[in-house]
Design a protein around this ligand. Sequence first.
Ligand code: IPD
Ligand code: CA
Length: 279
Amino acid sequence: MTDPWQECMEHCVEVAKQAGKVIREALQGDIAVMHKSSQVDLVTETDQRVEQLIISSIKAKFPAHSFIGEESVAAGAPSALTDDPTWIIDPIDGTTNFVHRFPFVSVSIGFTVKKEIEFGVVYSCIEDKMYTARRGKGAFCNGVPIKVSGQEDLSRCLVLTELGFKEDPQRFDTMMANLRRILAIPVHGIRSPGSAAVNMCLVASGSADAYYHQGIHCWDMAGGAAVLTEAGGVIVDISGGPFDLMSRRLIAASSGAVARSLASHLTQFHVGRDDTDGS
Ligand code: IPD
Ligand code: CA
């Protein structure tokens, strides 16, 4: 039987390439920074332009499909996940990196049908690494198969997370306490590359062993989640329970053992959901 979503995936790779080119070109000029929810929530004209480019290109080919895009949601579009074929788009994952020209900047696109992720594409466009994964067909970087490290012992892991300011002092303290607890295990180290999608691809390709975060969004996770699971990784909720794309929290790991162990060291805090209050 032919793959009903093959054409969508091929188009996705093409549009991610075009988006990456626009981002690379924008890096050559001045970057005007605007703010969204806070002083550290950055956005640029390029984020908005690239999202429009991606959505208009996909809409022209697949007019009946639905979209959840970071910048469209910021402009008031709904972010409810339905059973429709849905493209979940982060035009620039790593906007802070983009603004500073720190070289982990990606275009992240996940595609769901009946709320299941069918494929994911993450283009780390400065590194020129195109990560792709189709459900049941494996994960690739520039066409070469990738797989997780398979590490099962948390004390031998390189762990990724985000080191970001939190306005709520209690959340800030919990984030710092979690870091302290993990460093004290001790693990081999903690790194913070600054793009959730790239983080998941680094775990998927065995360059890191685990990634956790509370407070990201479905567009940060959808593309990378496909790559990670197809590379043999495990994705769970921060509690260790089942992963929920709209929950704004995740652990992505090289094995179930590492995911469970990491969950047992993490204290949770409230982050809301993408499909309700978004807080
Ligand atoms: C951010 C990055 C970052 C993650 C943040 C995201 P953005 O995405 O993925 O790594 O920690 O939570 O919001 O804003 O650059 O698209
Ligand atoms: Ca973004």
